[in-house]
Design a protein around this ligand. Structure first.
Ligand code: MLT
Length: 259
């Protein structure tokens, strides 16, 4: 389905009935990454899964920022008439967007799930690398990013088939959208000072073999958020919900049911 939000067409899927849970994918992925989770939770929760601007089937826009991504989510809730506060589940870049959503739309948030993410901003070296990659993607295509990420995205237990499927999805994302997201991530704020201000129920969840945002990074986030829960998913890397859908969904369900 398509909703007109902030001047662009945003693609989303909505499944199930119950309290609303909004799923935000990582970079350079699509809402498809949440299919295995939504399948398991939509009997009890209303699951809303957008493709972020510049990703999947949503429109491309060159002016992506974390603020624009967060405002698109709020705009999507408006477009759907969803006034209830949502549980926002964000993976990696989706977590960076979750922090921005907390800053800008706190009243719309019931709880946070920070999956395989980090709260720090990029340092100068990381920022320069993102900018160089963005320039290269615009001339060489998104496969360049898929090639460079595929080795670290998944844990050692994950099948070659699953990796190939996600390599293809990443490669299909429009280069302008991928470049805009790289710029947006390079410019994102440091969310470490925000962590002690987070005052909603929070689950921090990470794949035990996540090589991009390691369990140590999640443990640090967990330690700073008052009352947060930490869950480590065995035999999963950075794509924990895709790699271990049953365990990931069980942790999420336990958290949602305890709220
Ligand atoms: C992601 O999965 O969203 C990315 O690894 C985030 C990043 O590149 O910082």
């Amino acid at each position: 389905m398509i909703a007109r939000v902030n001047g662009i067409d945003l693609y989303y899927v909505a499944h199930g009935r119950g309290d609303p849970v909004l799923f935000v994918h990582g970079f350079p992925l699509t809402g498809e990454m949440w299919n295995p989770t939504v399948e398991r939770l939509s009997n009890r929760w209303s699951c809303l899964v957008p493709d972020l601007r510049g990703h999947g089937r949503s429109d491309v826009s060159d002016d992506a920022t974390m603020a624009a991504f967060a405002d698109d989510l709020a705009g999507l809730l408006d477009a759907l008439g969803e006034k209830r506060p949502v549980v926002l589940v964000g993976l990696s870049m989706g977590g960076y967007i979750a922090f921005e959503f907390f800053r800008r739309h706190r009243a719309r948030l019931r709880a946070l799930v920070l999956a395989d993410t980090r709260a720090t901003a990029d340092n100068e070296e990381a920022r320069a690398k993102r900018e160089a990659t963005a320039a290269a993607v615009l001339t060489q295509g998104s496969k360049l990013v898929a090639d460079s990420m595929i080795g670290t995205l998944f844990g050692p237990a994950t099948s070659a088939d699953l990796k190939a499927q996600w390599h293809a999805i990443m490669s299909r994302n429009p280069p302008r959208g991928v470049a805009a997201a790289l710029w947006a991530m390079a410019g994102r704020a440091d969310s470490m000072p925000l962590l002690t201000q987070i005052d909603c129920p929070t689950l921090v969840v990470v794949g035990a073999d996540d090589a991009i945002t390691t369990p140590a990074v999640s443990a640090e986030i967990h330690a700073r958020i008052r009352g947060a829960t930490l869950a480590i998913i065995p035999d999963a890397g950075h794509m924990a919900p895709v790699e271990q859908p049953e365990t990931f969904a069980a942790e999420l369900r336990r958290f949602l049911e305890a709220m």
